[in-house]
Design a protein around this ligand. Structure first.
Ligand code: FNR
Length: 385
């Protein structure tokens, strides 16, 4: 079957997930799909959507609808952002570029991760003007400043500081699978990979992906360790709210704090002078046992009171989930795994397919809730009784 034929049969993000599970070796699929500890937070991220209802409307003129919105003064075609993810080159060859091109084609922002498997220059070439950058605060402030200067010089206008990863969550699937950089092969893994010839061929041709951007910035990256261990080695685990002031002064563009989970965080972020937040628990990959993001959203929206941009992620798999977040007061939703499942299923075409599914579902949910624009959707959800 061709890639196009495979994608044609995928009606939902779950369908893309199943295709991804067949196309990727187990250790790679588990790196995307897994979460930390007992994975309770990842499950809660999904089940919590049931705690909110969209209000069904009838007999409304829905003949003219528009799903565009504005983020940080820029028009975007959908209230969606492709969020930052690391190791994208392990899911499809040049995965970072596929994601960036798909976002450009759909006129939505793409967030490049510090853990990208390409350097800045090729990414800038592939990405559109809506390119944002995600920072894992480095231990060496001088290197961090130099990176920020390069990123700003390369035309990235929005910076997201990921605040929930000072200590990297323990992801049991990766430990069990021995998912290391570079890949460490065993007979079992070789056998598993032999059953995924397209992936194996891609990786044979291109070689094992590396954390290219990290290597560009910090020089030596340890090898033979799990990705979490490599990240832990570089991420500054002493960076505090106080240090956020330093980052505010070092970054001249829009600054977004990712990992906000409560009204207190939202207030502190406002005081620190950031321009936006991502309500996020890293897709359940960090603090196992933390609450869902959709449940935290209402109190965050109340605390922010329209004074900064509110993005949200973690567990969004349907257009109706996105509609609920917008109805509850978010400005847009960031996507982690949904677009990665698409990437693994079919490269750039697969990412566009994932976005197409979510766009169609979102438009449908928005309309059936009686709204013809993203702004009209506000307030059209409530807590289930
Ligand atoms: C991530 N995430 C992430 N976040 C970040 O700030 N920098 C990064 O490099 C990564 N890397 C990464 C890799 C993979 C494989 C996943 C699944 C996630 C977290 C990501 O940005 C986002 O917060 C979650 O993925 C959102 O949850 P969903 O959409 O995956 O449920």
């Amino acid at each position: 079957m061709t890639i196009a034929q495979t994608l044609d049969r995928a009606a939902s993000i779950e369908d893309l997930r199943l295709i991804a599970s067949r196309k990727l070796p187990r250790m790679v699929f588990d790196y995307i799909d897994g979460a930390s500890g007992s994975e309770a937070t990842a499950r809660r991220n999904r089940s919590a959507f049931d705690a909110f209802h969209l209000r069904q409307e009838i007999l409304v003129d829905l003949s003219r609808r528009n799903v565009e919105t504005t983020l940080f003064g820029e028009r975007v075609a959908l209230p969606m952002v492709i969020g930052p993810t690391g190791m994208n080159g392990a899911y499809w060859v040049q995965g970072d570029l596929c994601l960036a091109r798909a976002a450009k084609a759909e006129s939505i922002p793409f967030v490049m991760s510090t853990a990208a498997t390409v350097g800045l220059a090729p990414l800038v070439e592939a990405a559109g003007p809506l390119r944002w950058f995600q920072l894992y605060m480095l231990r060496d402030r001088g290197l961090a400043r130099a990176l920020l200067e390069r990123v700003h010089g390369a035309g990235f206008k929005v910076l997201q500081l990921t605040g929930d990863t000072a200590v990297v969550g323990r992801r049991n699937r990766d430990v069990r699978n021995g998912f290391t950089l570079p890949f460490r092969w065993s007979m079992r893994k070789l056998f598993d990979t032999a059953r995924r010839p397209r992936w194996a061929w891609q990786m044979l041709r291109e070689g094992s992906p590396t954390l290219r951007l990290f290597a560009e910035v910090v020089g030596d990256v340890p090898t033979g360790a799990t990705i979490s261990e490599v990240m832990q080695h570089q991420i500054n685990d002493a960076f505090t709210w106080h240090d956020l002031e330093w980052l505010r002064s070092a970054w001249p563009g829009q600054l977004v704090l990712k990992g906000v989970a409560s009204r207190e965080h939202a207030r502190m972020a406002l005081e620190a002078g950031v321009n936006g937040i991502v309500v996020s628990n890293h897709g359940g990959r960090q603090l196992d046992g933390a609450g869902s993001t959709i449940e935290a959203l209402p109190e965050v929206v109340e605390a922010v009171a329209g004074r900064m941009t509110i993005l949200i992620d973690s567990g969004f798999r349907h257009g109706a989930d996105i509609a609920k977040a917008i109805a509850l007061g978010a400005d847009a939703v960031q996507l982690g795994r949904p677009t990665l499942y698409g990437l693994a299923a079919g490269g750039e075409a697969g990412v566009r397919h994932a976005l197409g599914i979510l766009a169609t579902e979102f438009d449908c949910a928005m309309a059936l809730a009686g709204a013809t624009t993203v702004a009209e959707l506000r307030g059209r959800a409530s807590a289930a009784m």
